[in-house]
Design a protein. Sequence first.
Length: 285
Amino acid sequence: MAAQNWFITGINSGFGREMTEQLLARGDRVAGTVRTPGSVDDLVARYGEALRVARADVTNADQLRAAADDAATAFGRIDVVVVNAGYGLFGAAEEFTDEQIEHQIDTNLLGSIRTVRAVLPHLRAQGSGRIIQISSVAGLTANAGASIYHASKWGVEGFAEALAREVASFGIEVTLVEPGGARTSFSHSSLRLAEPMSAYDGTPAAFVRALRGGNVPIPGDPVRMVTRVIDSADERPAPPRLVLGSDAYAGITTQLQSRLDQLLPQQKSAATTDFTDAESPQGVR
């Protein structure tokens, strides 16, 4: 198989770091973004020109565009884009500051949108490409104590689904990745907790406070998860969604079934708000 050119955001830790290491080891080329210069110097020393590193924060559209332009120029084309950078903000909705909420949405949701917009001109011009959006089981489920994180990931899900329909005619495919818990550095470097309020002690929202201490069982092997994501880039057609982890599968299927159970009994009542055949709609409101 011919070597591929990858553009990945957030390669300094977690999935991004593991993916970069696996890809370089097999002979692919990676253009990756980091916020902290020097954080992947060991990989640069080992792989040389096969790894291009750009300092870019996903909250900065100009930096992302410059990184994408540099990757396309240096490599000639970008085969696969992995929208990976992000973090988790947990706590009850009332516990967050306004600044914490805005930064979570700015990073996870708007950062994903900015990344895609930065690479799309290159993929569209070359008439092909794969966009892999790292979402989360949290993009299809909802639990107390994660309302703002869910808001960011549910937004990513809607954006990526619509995007897939927009760019299909240009030969570009999109995959949403839905990982469950993985034993990465997420619980330390990529997890932030709100300042707890005593009012939420003992409530369902308080369970997330145990995340900081690592007291929550985590079944996912990040090495196997990343390998599965890399393998998916060669699947034709692209899988619309890629579920990683038994916990993710169980959580997603349970909540989707619950929503169907809520909706199906409303089929007849929903139709009572339609115009009748005898009426003539005058337009869309």
